[in-house]
Design a protein around this ligand. Structure first.
Ligand code: NAP
Ligand code: LUD
Length: 295
């Protein structure tokens, strides 16, 4: 048996098309397009690629982009000043400060400075708290994208055994909260988990967000499990170049799982689609309008 390959690129394209329709409608009703400000500090090449994709997708959805690229010598005070300016700018519905930030900047302080109504990453403690308590807020893009793929694959998640590997604030923890919100039975595994293979063996749903190339093996999986691979790892190849692999050993996992996301072309494109989704939703709420339908 070979698992179904979950096409994150196609799912993301569908979300982006819906967002574009809603953005056009918002523009017609308010006289302005939803606006997303992106902030990139420093020269991390992967971050630059991701932010460029986000800026391009913003324009393609008919939304207004405000890109800010700052040198890695930017002080924390200067970055906080920019965030304050974007908080006060009515054309800006969403603020994305790409992580990681240079070491001399306290990212927690920067995230806490973003107006929670514009926090389209869903990283502000107010939004994390809303997610944990089941209130409406803005939900982190990557786990939200994973949930979207899981629901498309499985429908109702209630009663499913879900194992999330990783407990970061940007992926693992919010992923676990979302699955709990869908009434899955959720286990969160991390670097101190004993016998991870045995924990994973019970899971109907496995979400791997670790950052270790191909760590999750095929024989860890319960036959028929649905596997969401969040990991993005660049590994060297024999010809001196590099390639992207996930946190799951794809080929062997595909022999056991019912469905699995590839890397690339799985979760990554969904992260960008959900950022656009959060931006149109933030625009509606800030304008006092009801949440748009279809997202
Ligand atoms: P992170 O902050 O480094 O967190 C990694 C988590 O994995 C931690 O909770 C850590 O446990 C756990 N871990 C590390 N080694 C482990 C092991 N041997 N066994 C079990 N758990 C282990 O990373 P992140 O930001 O969550 O990102 C995770 C991966 O997803 C990375 O590859 C990243 O590039 C990728 N990512 C992709 C997207 C996307 O859009 N596709 C978005 C975000 C991140 P401790 O807490 O105990 O240290
Ligand atoms: N910081 C993110 N830092 C890193 N891959 C992303 C990402 C697209 N504030 C803030 O955007 O949500 C964020 N908010 N993140 N990430 C990772 C994380 C952040 C990762 C991969 C991709 C966004 C993506 O499009 C492509 C794919 O998987 O098909 C491949 C392109 C490639 O070179 O990774």
């Amino acid at each position: 048996m070979t698992a179904r390959r979950i096409d994150g690129k196609a799912a993301a394209a569908a979300v982006r098309a819906t967002v574009a329709r809603i953005a056009a409608d918002f523009r017609q009703r308010t006289g302005r397009a939803p606006g997303l400000a992106t902030v990139l500090v420093g020269e991390d090449p992967a971050s630059a690629v991701y932010v460029r994709s986000k800026v391009k997708a913003t324009a393609e959805a008919g939304m207004e982009g405000f890109s800010h690229s700052l040198p890695d010598t930017t002080s924390e005070a200067e970055l906080l000043e920019l965030v304050e300016r974007l908080n006060a700018d009515d054309r800006v519905d969403g603020i994305l400060v790409q992580l990681p930030l240079p070491r001399h900047i306290d990212s927690d302080r920067v995230i806490a400075a973003i107006d929670p109504a514009k926090d389209v990453d869903g990283f502000h403690p107010i939004n994390a708290g809303r997610l944990a308590t089941g209130l409406d807020g803005l939900v982190p893009c990557t786990p939200f994208g994973c949930l979207h793929l899981l629901k498309a694959e499985l429908g109702d998640l209630s009663g499913k055994q879900a194992v999330v590997i990783g407990r970061s604030n940007i992926v693992g923890k919010p992923m676990a909260m979302l699955l709990l919100g869908e009434s899955a039975t959720v286990t969160i595994a991390h670097s101190r988990t004993e016998d991870l293979a045995e924990v994973v063996r019970h899971a109907d749903i496995v979400v791997a967000a670790v950052g270790r190339p191909e760590m999750v093996k095929g024989d860890w999986l319960k036959p028929g499990a649905v596997v969401i691979d969040v990991g993005i790892n660049r590994v060297p190849t024999a010809d001196g170049k590099s390639r992207l692999v996930g946190d799951v050993a794809y080929d062997e996992a595909a022999e056991v799982a019912a469905a699995i996301t590839p890397v690339p072309g799985g979760v990554g494109p969904m992260t960008i689609a959900m950022l656009l989704r959060n931006t149109v939703v933030a625009a509606h709420r800030r304008a006092g309008m009801a949440d748009p339908e279809g997202l």
